[in-house]
Design a protein around this ligand. Structure first.
Ligand code: M6R
Length: 341
């Protein structure tokens, strides 16, 4: 049943190149998407991993289009509803998360148009929303969301491509190959650095900030190590007090506008004794020389790097949890779908 893999989570991680490819292809055939005439102001509501995918969308939409995207936790939206934009998008793998369903009802009551992004055909959310776009992830068994996150990113990146008049069609068409390349990544040295940790940080900037949040969620969910994701610039506004040789940091240092400042941040963390696992592009000796463990990803467009770094962080969480002999597919205290408030 697990297709030769030790856990569903690993099987689902390995399915991601196909999930991304299939979702992008399905979107291309979905002629309704351009017809949606994605409005100027969008609010996205979601929980957990789906919320992180929505944050990635916000960064990309801001950078590559003139749309205004705000993102809300569905659980907050119910009680503290902001002024609503033209369209509310509900993102939910299961399509059954109670808070997200309530949020969409609220949006309908306020006369917003509604779009569901989900993985489950016939799910409650798909019946409530005006429009539904499906991610083609297939059934996700492991409690930890992996391939559904990639499916959500595919939908959002496809939407950004529509907003940007097709500028990223080529980038998205080959992205699955970069994901394939990071799957066999050997994580032994990074895992060894984490095995005795009880707390750790993940830091990134821009689109890699929500990627860091998602990496930290994966780590705490399945390994039970207390992992916090931070926008790298925020670390010195408090969390620096916690840095020591016992608090490893995973730092995402990809090329681009924030590369230089990320490198300075890493040096500051090292100066406070924190062991650093750095993620950067292949051959980046500058990053490699200042971190304790270097994990390379292929050089690519930042959208694709958001995908490959996410996969690396899933593998890091998986391999750490496996070394700690955790119950990976069914972590303690959690259910796959949260159908109560
Ligand atoms: O089915 P949904 O996408 O609405 O679920 C939302 C969260 O419960 C879910 O993403 C949760 O955070 C995952 N277990 C994280 O891996």
């Amino acid at each position: 049943k697990k297709g030769g893999f030790e856990h569903y989570m690993l099987k689902e991680i390995y399915e991601q190149p196909e999930v991304f490819y299939n979702t992008i292809k399905a979107l291309e055939k979905d002629t309704r998407l351009p017809m949606l005439r994605i409005p100027a102001e969008i609010t996205v509501v979601a929980c957990g991993t789906s919320y992180h995918a929505a944050l990635v969308f916000r960064y990309l939409a801001q950078e590559y289009s003139s749309k205004r995207v705000s993102v809300e936790f569905a659980s907050e939206f119910k009680y503290y509803t902001p002024p609503l934009r033209d369209m509310v998008i509900a993102v939910t793998q299961s399509g059954e998360t109670a808070d997200t369903l309530t949020a969409i009802e609220k949006a309908k009551a306020r006369n917003c148009s509604t779009l569901a992004v989900t993985n489950v055909l016939g799910s409650t959310v798909s019946r409530s929303a005006d429009w539904t776009v499906f991610m083609c992830a297939g059934p996700e068994i492991s409690v930890a969301a992996t391939k559904s996150f990639t499916g959500q990113l595919a939908v959002f990146m496809g939407m950004v491509n529509v907003m940007a008049d097709g500028k990223f069609t080529e980038v998205l068409a080959h992205a699955h190959r970069s994901i394939e390349r990071v799957l066999p990544q050997e994580m032994g040295a990074a895992v060894s650095l984490l095995l005795s940790a009880t707390e750790m940080f993940y830091v990134g900037r821009g689109v890699f900030y929500p990627v860091a949040l998602e990496g930290a969620l994966k780590m705490k969910e399945i390994s039970y190590i207390h992992a916090e994701g931070y926008a790298a610039g925020e670390l010195k506004h408090g969390p620096f007090a916690l840095l020591s040789p016992e608090t490893p940091v995973v730092a995402i240092c990809t090329p681009g506008r924030t590369y230089g400042v990320m490198l300075s941040n890493v040096k500051e963390m090292k100066a406070r004794g924190a062991p650093v696992i750095g993620i950067g592009v292949e051959g980046d000796t500058e990053v490699e020389s200042i971190v304790d463990v270097f994990i390379p990803i292929p050089e690519d467009h930042q959208m694709v790097q958001a995908l490959t770094v996410s996969v690396i962080l899933q593998l890091l969480a998986y391999q750490t949890a496996n070394a700690l002999e955790r119950d990976i597919d069914k972590p303690r205290n959690l259910a796959k779908s949260v159908t109560v408030e």
